[in-house]
Structures are given as structure tokens and as C-alpha cells.
Design a protein around this ligand. Structure first.
Ligand code: PBG
Length: 326
């Protein structure tokens, strides 16, 4: 053989060749669109820190979900913002709570042509903004919170949710939810655990959208320390043991090593959440003309696939799906 061989250059010569030898791709089938629905709005409300993302009314949510379904997006995940919050997040399991109403409407609208996922957590529903019930000392009580999650997941399943996605990082949350669903006759509903959720500042814009910033302290007592990777395996293996059907790593880009590591030890479908801050950083830089937002969006998503995720939750879902359909 003579050197240089130019073998690698030959493989990259034309767009068709590059397409042929691509190891990974992003397709519409990989995408889950996160959507916010807020009680008491008179019209959809743009979220300033997340250009292109809205807090929806029940009406505008229906329209958006129909459009996503028509584009071939297989799933959405819903976040509800109630008009009244209290210490125990009472609206979260109210049969007429904002997310339950949305689930019933959407089930009616799209039947089984789209997977309805729902975030199962208390932070959008509590007046203190924490993901659980507080002790008198102001700590999140793990087991009191599990009791609330048992009731919330059943209300969500009854309203039509296909997939319950607990995001509160309580120990034992998957087992508690699986048990409650089975006992209530919902053994056909899935649990997608936010198994590996870091205490990340990249959730900042989401807290505007979900109106759920903690009113004191932070979430480091229950979410993971960004310094830890081995602990992620502990989290996913426990959740699978407790009955998780799918697991998630969140955020995505700062934790691609964790996605790859988790992929190498689990066989259940693996999701990654390209979170609000990742989306907003991309949009802000693109709006300033500092990066090509379109190209960077593709790089973000394909890198998440390359790391090993099967499913990507992303606020880019609609624009990417439009492009793939175009
Ligand atoms: C909690 C929840 C959060 C996100 C999803 N579920 C916020 C948090 O933990 O503070 C963040 C998602 C994002 O940033 O896009 N219900």
C-alpha cells in the first residue's frame, strides 16, 4: 500500500456518498415534542426565554398536537401550569386539572395515532416550586412525595396518558408509580423514568415556561451532581429493577458521556432530553448571527443519537419535522 491512501477522503467526496456511509441519522420517529398548557389563558403566550415556544391554551394545544401528528412526530410530552398552586400540589391529581383536561382532549383528537406522555412531578403545582412535599424544616420528604405521585399517575392514566414520566428524582418513584398503575388496572401504561436527571442550570428557561422555579434553595438535594457519572448507572439499574420501561438522561449535550455509558449497560429504550437551556443558547446565538442555528441544531441532535439515545425530547421537534417532511 502506498501512503497516503486517501481512503477516508474518497468516502466523503459527494453528498450521496456521505449519506450512504453515515453511521447515524435523525428521523422524525426519534422526536418527542415537549408542550406547555396553562390554565386560564385567553390566548397562547410566547415564552421570551425560549423563542418559538408557547404556553398553550387547551385550544391552541389541540391545534399544535394535530400539526405535529400530521408531520409524523410520534409523541408529545405535556407539562401543565395550574392557575392555583398550594403546598401539596392539589391540582396535579385533580381530574379536572389542566393536564388531565388536556390529556382527555388530545386523546379524543388524535386517538392512538400519537403517544401521549406526561411529566409527573409536583414542581409546577406547588406554591414553593419544589418537586415534592416539604417537611416542616423545608426539606423535600421522599415518602410523602411518593404518596402524591401514586395518586397523580393514576389521575393521568385515567385521563388517557400512555406514558408516565416521573421527573422528581425521588428514591423509589418508579416502583411506587408502577405499583399504583397496576393496582388501578393500568398495567398497559408505560413508565419513562427521568432516571438520570442532573441538578443543571440549563433548566433556567423551562422554569419561566413552567412557572416552577423553587421559591427557596435549589434542587441539589434530589437531582444529581454534574460531577457524577457512575452514579447514573446506579440510578438507571434501580429504576429498571423497579419497573421502568424506558429511561432518560437529562440534559443531553453536557452529558453525552453519560448517555453512552448508560447505553452500554441497558437494553431498554433510552431517551435524552435536549433541555430548555440547550435550546435557548442555540436560538440566542443564532439570532445574533454568531452561529448557523440550523446546522448547529442538526449537530446537537445527531450527536445525541451518536452517543446512543433512541429518543430525543426537544423543543426543535416541530422545525426538524417540518424540514424532514419538506
Ligand atoms: C420538572 C422538570 C424540569 C424540566 C423537566 N421537568 C425542571 C426542573 O427540574 O427544574 C426541565 C426541562 C427543560 O429544561 O427543558 N418537572
Amino acid at each position: 500500500m502506498t501512503f497516503p491512501t486517501r481512503r477516508l477522503r474518497r468516502l466523503r467526496r459527494t453528498p450521496a456518498l456521505r449519506r450512504l456511509v453515515a453511521e447515524h441519522s435523525v428521523t422524525v420517529d426519534d422526536l418527542v415534542a415537549p408542550l406547555f398548557v396553562k390554565e386560564g389563558l385567553t390566548g397562547p403566550q410566547p415564552i421570551l426565554s425560549m423563542p418559538g415556544v408557547m404556553q398553550h391554551t387547551q385550544e391552541s394545544l389541540r391545534t399544535e398536537v394535530r400539526a405535529l401528528r400530521d408531520l409524523g412526530v410520534p409523541a408529545v410530552i405535556l407539562f401543565g401550569i395550574p392557575s392555583a398552586k398550594d403546598g401539596r400540589g392539589s391540582a396535579a391529581d385533580d381530574p379536572d386539572g389542566v393536564v388531565q383536561v388536556a390529556l382527555r382532549n388530545l386523546r379524543d383528537e388524535v386517538g392512538d395515532s400519537l403517544v401521549l406522555m406526561v411529566d409527573t412531578c409536583l414542581d409546577e403545582y406547588t406554591d414553593h416550586g419544589h418537586c415534592g412535599i416539604l417537611t416542616p424544616a423545608g426539606e423535600v420528604d421522599n415518602d410523602d412525595t411518593l404518596d402524591r405521585l401514586r395518586s397523580i399517575c393514576v389521575a393521568q392514566a385515567r385521563a388517557g396518558a400512555d406514558v408516565i414520566a416521573p421527573s422528581g428524582m425521588m428514591d423509589g418513584m418508579v416502583g411506587a408509580i408502577r405499583g399504583a398503575l397496576d393496582d388501578a388496572g393500568f398495567d398497559d401504561r408505560l413508565v419513562l423514568s427521568y432516571a438520570v436527571k442532573y441538578a443543571s442550570a440549563e433548566y433556567g428557561p423551562f422554569r419561566d415556561a413552567g412557572e416552577c422555579a423553587p421559591q427557596f434553595g435549589d434542587r441539589r438535594g434530589y437531582q444529581m451532581d454534574p460531577a457524577n457519572a457512575r452514579e447514573a448507572l446506579d440510578e438507571v439499574l434501580l429504576d429498571i429493577d423497579e419497573g421502568a420501561d424506558m429511561v432518560m438522561v437529562k440534559p443531553a449535550l453536557s452529558y453525552l458521556d453519560v448517555i453512552a455509558e448508560v447505553r452500554s449497560v441497558v437494553n431498554v429504550p433510552l431517551a435524552a432530553y435536549h433541555v430548555s437551556g440547550e435550546y435557548s443558547m442555540l436560538k440566542a446565538a443564532a439570532a445574533n448571527g454568531w452561529i448557523d442555528g440550523h446546522q448547529v441544531a442538526w449537530e446537537h441532535l445527531v450527536s445525541i443519537k451518536r452517543a446512543g439515545a433512541d429518543i430525543i425530547l426537544t423543543y426543535l421537534a416541530r422545525e426538524i419535522a417540518e424540514e424532514l417532511n419538506g
